[in-house]
Design a protein around this ligand. Structure first.
Ligand code: GAL
Length: 486
């Protein structure tokens, strides 16, 4: 599996029996009701109210799922989804981040929601933390303070105690890599800290420890009675050497994967420690990465029941003589990554520069194989995969982009590559969650970038949801549990 030039024909066949089919969202991106019924403020509330967002929008109302959750469930039912991945808002549940004084209305909201999902025969997959840290915790240092580890343990414990009788699939933390890079490196996400040489690395330790403690609490206190599964969700691009015959290019691609995937995957799924290649830092005697003690490594290692993977796109890598500071996430990454000129672009062009998303379906198959081989064949759940609408649009008459042919192709081809990984390569793939159920608040891009199977009208006062063509395409694949002969 070394080159991208492989057969791209669709393979027929089915995913395993009981395969989980779902869509994914996150609390801040869909709930709205940012200051209702006793909810505390999160760092995203603070961040959006002080600028920072491309189109000046915010998550105050967004899809209004706090009030319209039954509509969301109806959409999931129409999709024939078996599962739904959503996240809990920490500050809605624990406004002061203290589990002895929860917000009853917040607890009630998630109880009602989980019950309604189950009544529709849809199983919840719950992310405990998808980036919306309570502001009160940020005020005492956020992820830069060791105190957060105990706070997260306490919060997770609370979630298991309240919802674990019905929730059997848990994700502790979503994409620590992006939080480190965007929240603490280039600062384009909340809490907006621009410290790529220091904080960006330091917070990776507290996130790993917080995850590990949450896992251990579940393991020792709840697993026996609740009988669920719990892990972390990591995001990664696939990456290939630009010139596969050049060892320097091969090294560059491997380093990119070490930094995007290995940074968190090695500690949890590997030997408990950060990748060796990342410990060297340019021009420094000491690594920028914090050192994990033997005890910490032991605590973190093996804290998973499955591998939660978010994947969107692929890159080519080649070495450059010096790490450029404009790739702020990794100041030591003396690697230049870029798309191939032949790859089709999804998503946005801003200021005449295409954004990040290119459609490279077999990158997913290769990444699944890489994870399987590198980390001892874990069960894998794809917890996010999807694409945003391309601009400029092909049909200016279809302003809602309801005929989203490109997304239909993306879903079909990526899922077919996932099927190949399962059928032909023997990867232990258990489920797939499409990002995302409906257009929502896409972080720093606000409403400029839309990933939804459903269009949402953010201006009609009703947040009207309308299915796109891709919703029907996805349903067909779900109904067939893959790709049937027809
Ligand atoms: C992921 C993130 C999601 C969503 C998606 C699309 O990194 O977990 O919340 O925004 O990207 O950009």
């Amino acid at each position: 599996l070394n080159t991208m030039s492989e057969n791209t024909e669709l393979t027929k066949g089915h995913f395993r029996k009981g395969f989980m089919w779902g869509a994914a969202t996150a609390s801040y991106q869909i709930e709205g009701a940012w200051n209702e019924d006793g909810k505390g403020q999160s760092i995203w509330d603070t961040f959006v109210h002080t600028g920072h967002i491309e189109d000046g929008t915010n998550g105050d109302i967004t899809c209004d799922s706090y009030h319209k959750y039954q509509e969301d469930i109806n959409m999931l039912k129409n999709l024939k989804a078996t599962h739904y991945r959503f996240s809990l808002s920490w500050s809605r549940l624990l406004p002061t981040a203290d589990s002895s004084t929860p917000n009853p209305a917040g607890v009630d909201f998630y109880n009602k929601f989980i019950d309604a999902l189950l009544a529709s025969n849809i199983k919840p997959c719950v992310t405990i933390y998808h980036w919306d840290l309570p502001q009160c915790l940020q005020d005492i240092g956020g992820w830069q303070s060791d105190d957060i580890v105990e706070k997260f343990r306490e919060y997770s414990d609370f979630c298991f105690s309240q919802f674990g009788d019905r929730v059997k699939l848990w994700i502790t933390i979503n994409e620590p890599h992006v939080q480190c890079g965007f929240g603490y490196g280039n600062g384009i996400h909340a809490p907006g800290i621009k410290d790529p040489l220091n904080a960006c690395y330091q917070v990776s330790r507290t996130m790993l420890l917080a995850h590990a403690h949450a896992y251990r609490v579940y393991d020792t206190k709840y697993r026996k009675t609740q009988n669920g599964q719990i892990s972390i969700t990591l995001n990664s691009d696939w990456c290939e050497p630009k010139d596969p015959t050049n060892p320097e290019h091969v090294k560059a691609a491997q380093f990119y994967i070490d930094v995007t995937l290995g940074w968190f995957a090695n500690p949890v799924y590997g030997d408990g420690d950060f990748p060796a290649s990342m410990k060297k830092s340019q021009g420094l005697e000491k690594s920028r990465l914090p050192t994990l003690t033997e005890e910490e490594k032991k605590l973190i290692k093996g804290t998973y029941d499955f591998f939660g993977l978010n994947h969107y796109t692929t890159r080519l890598a080649e070495p450059v003589s010096e790490a450029t500071q404009d790739y702020l996430m990794h100041p030591d990454l003396a690697v230049y990554v870029h798309p191939d000129s032949s790859w089709e672009r999804a998503g946005l062009i801003k200021n005449e520069v295409p954004e990040w998303l290119y459609i490279v379906p077999n990158g997913l198959r290769k990444l699944l194989n890489y994870i399987s081989k590198t980390y001892g064949d874990p069960s894998i759940i794809i917890t996010e995969n999807g694409c945003s609408t391309k601009n400029p649009v092909n049909d200016p008459g279809d302003t809602k982009q309801l005929v989203d042919e490109q997304r239909c192709c993306y879903i079909t081809s990526y899922l077919n590559e996932a099927l190949k990984a399962h059928l032909l390569d023997g990867v232990d793939l258990r489920g797939y969650f499409l990002w995302t159920l409906m257009d929502n608040f896409e972080w720093a891009a606000g409403h400029t970038e839309r990933f939804g199977l459903h269009h949402v009208d953010f201006s009609d006062g009703n947040q009207t949801r309308t299915p796109r063509k891709s919703a029907a395409i996805y349903t067909k694949i779900i109904e067939e549990n893959g790709f049937s002969a027809s």
